[in-house]
Each structure stands twice: as C-alpha cells, then as structure tokens.
Design a protein around this ligand. Structure first.
Ligand SMILES: NC(=O)C1=CN([C@@H]2O[C@H](COP(=O)(O)OP(=O)(O)OC[C@H]3O[C@@H](n4cnc5c(N)ncnc54)[C@H](OP(=O)(O)O)[C@@H]3O)[C@@H](O)[C@H]2O)C=CC1
Ligand SMILES: O=C1CO[C@H](CO)[C@@H](O)[C@@H]1O
Length: 311
C-alpha cells in the first residue's frame, strides 16, 4: 500500500477509508453538523456507537448528503457498536436493528463489539448501563453478530478493546472473522505489540483517541505541544495534530479523530498530501508512555477485563 492511499482493504475485501470521523461527545446538533461538514470536506468514514446517543443525528446527516447527491450510500463507511447492555445473545439482533433504525440505514458497513465485557440489561434507554457486569461469553455474543452478516445487515463485524489473547480466542472459534480491532492508539500509547499481532492475523487496527483527547490549557499531550512536536510541525508546514495523524497512518492504523469544529474537522483530514520521512517516524516513538487515556477502570476486576495483559 502506498502511504498516500486513502483506503485499507480489509480481510473480507471491503475497503475502509483510512481516516474516519470520531463522534463520541458529539451530541445532537453537533453530531449532525459535524457529520455533514465532514462529508463535505471529503470524509467517507464515520464512527459512532449505540452508547454515543447520536446515531440518529449522524444518520440524518448522512441521509441528507445522499439526498443532496453529494454521496451515494456505497461511498460512505459507517461503523457503529453493540453496547455492553446488549451482549446477551438473545438481545444482539434486536440491538443491532435499533442502531439501524436510529441511523435510518438499511445496512451497516461495520458493526463492532464495543468491549468484551457485558453489562446487565435494564432497558434500552439506560444506554450506558451500570457497573453490574455480566459473565456473558463474548464468543456467544460474537456468534449472534455473525448472523447479522448472514442476513446482509452488517457488511462486516469487528472487535473493540480486545487484547491479543481474546482476539485469538475469537479467531479460533469464529465462523466469520473480525476485520478490525478498534483500540486506543496514539503517539503516547502506540500499541506496538498489538499492532504486530493484528498484522499477523490480517486485522486492521483502528485508532481511537488518536489525539489523546488534547487539553490545550495543560499543553497535554506532549506530542502535540512540546518543542519537538512544534519543530516537526514547522518542518512539514502542518499542525502537530496533523503530524500525529499522519504518523498513525504511516504505522498502518486507521485514525478516528473526533471534532465538532469545522476548522479542526478539515485540519484532521488534510493529511494525505505529505509524508513523514523515516527518521521523523522513528522520532515519534519517544512519546510512548504506556499510559492509557481510556482504561475502563470501573471494569478492572472482571474476568474479561482486557487490559491486565501486556497487550
Ligand atoms: N471503541 C471505543 O471504546 C472508543 C472509541 N472512540 C472513538 O474514537 C473517536 C476519537 O476518540 P476521542 O475520545 O474522541 O478522542 P480524540 O483523540 O479524537 O480527541 C477529541 C478531542 O480533540 C479535540 N480535537 C480534535 N481535533 C483537534 C485538533 N486538530 N487539534 C486540537 N484538538 C483537536 C476535539 O475537540 P473539538 O471537537 O472541539 O475539535 C476533542 O475534544 C471517538 O470520538 C469515538 O468515535 C473513542 C474512545 C473509546
Ligand atoms: O467509546 C467510548 C468513548 O470513550 C468513553 C470513555 O471515555 C467510553 O466509555 C466509550 O465506550
């Protein structure tokens, strides 16, 4: 693959645009406007989830852009995710159809299991669930997700927040192989071993929190604000955020930067017409800290908690 190619071919032949718009914390009109702005700018990949409570707005924006003739349905890659409260095999198809209805679409490009851990179901409105975790085996959940592919309702299915051992367990017991694992990945948490493992099994790593949720007032994270980051930005005539996203693309992952700001939505997509040289790619390794931004600490005692293993 050329580093400047805009798509990754998944293990089922499907093509995934290599930069997607993240939408966590894009609520209501923000989600609607940012999805529309992103499509106008050229994004063809949107990442949402049942728990983000914005599937309706994301879907509305997509449908409007289709109606305006800006895109066709097949031009846009839509990912959503099965919530923790819906892991019970008897609920999976109904939960999927809820997302499909929210989005107003007749199929989803990629349906992810958001986490390997299930939460007790109370009702669909309690989207975030509670910390009453269940012992539902993620393999049983996976088998129900496979049926969504059989039905033609999900073009592909994948994992999120799975460690290597959990991924292997799915691979050894599945009928339909996951195409991706969506995990935290950015210069301060580089996922070197998990990336190598995914590559070996022909899975794509999608990078959530690709900018590590910047806090400009604290000049955090360093890879966006320190002197080296500023020097790289100057050298390439880009922002440090663009350098970081470009870095992720060059190490083979698919970044999903979230923004509700049209200027930053455009900035995060303007990463296809330059390339970091090998020395600068290597220089980014110094930012790795091994500290997660999203540790899901409340679930740490669970038998399927993914982050006790080294990777
Ligand atoms: N599978 C999972 O468990 C998870 C999935 N995700 C997915 O990944 C996406 C991205 O992760 P997220 O947690 O949102 O974190 P990001 O690293 O994408 O950071 C988002 C934050 O960065 C700001 N920002 C965006 N672009 C820039 C820029 N160019 N310069 C400076 N600041 C910028 C945004 O503010 P503003 O909007 O004002 O621009 C927002 O506050 C999520 O939105 C979601 O879709 C995220 C976490 C977990
Ligand atoms: O996808 C997600 C975005 O990040 C949140 C945590 O900060 C998660 O709870 C959620 O699953």
């Amino acid at each position: 693959m050329s580093n400047l190619t805009k798509k990754r071919v998944l293990n089922n032949g499907q093509e995934m645009p290599i930069v997607g718009l993240g939408t966590w914390k894009s609520f209501e009109s923000d989600a609607y406007h940012s999805t529309k702005a992103a499509i106008d700018i050229g994004y063809r990949h949107i990442d949402t989830a049942f728990v983000y409570e914005n599937e309706q707005e994301v879907g509305k924006a997509i449908l409007e852009k289709i109606a305006e003739g800006v895109i066709k349905r097949e031009d846009i890659f839509v990912t959503t995710k099965l919530g923790g409260i819906h892991h019970d095999p008897e609920i999976v198809e109904r939960a999927f159809r809820l997302s499909l209805t929210n989005l107003g679409l007749d199929y989803i490009d990629l349906y992810l299991m958001h986490l390997p851990i299930g939460q007790k179901f109370h009702n669909d409105s309690n989207v975030h669930g509670t910390l009453e975790l269940t012992d539902v085996d993620y393999l049983d959940t996976w088998r129900e997700m496979e049926k969504l592919v059989d039905l033609g309702l999900a073009r592909s299915i994948g994992l999120s927040n799975f460690n290597a051992a959990q991924t292997e367990r799915v691979l050894q017991n599945c009928r339909i192989k996951p195409v991706v694992n969506q995990v935290e990945c950015h210069p301060a948490f580089q996922q070197q071993q998990l990336r190598a493992h995914a590559k070996k099994h022909d899975l794509v790593i999608c990078a959530y929190c690709p900018l590590a949720r910047p806090q400009p007032a604290r000049h955090w994270p360093p890879f966006l604000y320190d002197e080296h980051a500023q020097q790289l930005a100057k050298k390439y005539g880009r922002t440090a955020a663009q350098i970081s996203l470009r870095y992720l693309i060059q190490i083979g992952v698919v970044p999903l930067p979230k923004s509700s700001n049209p200027k930053r939505i455009a900035e995060n997509f303007n990463v296809f017409d330059f390339e970091l040289d090998a020395e600068d790619v290597a220089s980014m390794e110094k930012y790795h800290t091994g500290v997660r931004t999203v540790p899901f600490s409340g679930m740490a005692g669970h038998k399927y908690y993914p982050f006790n293993d080294e990777y």
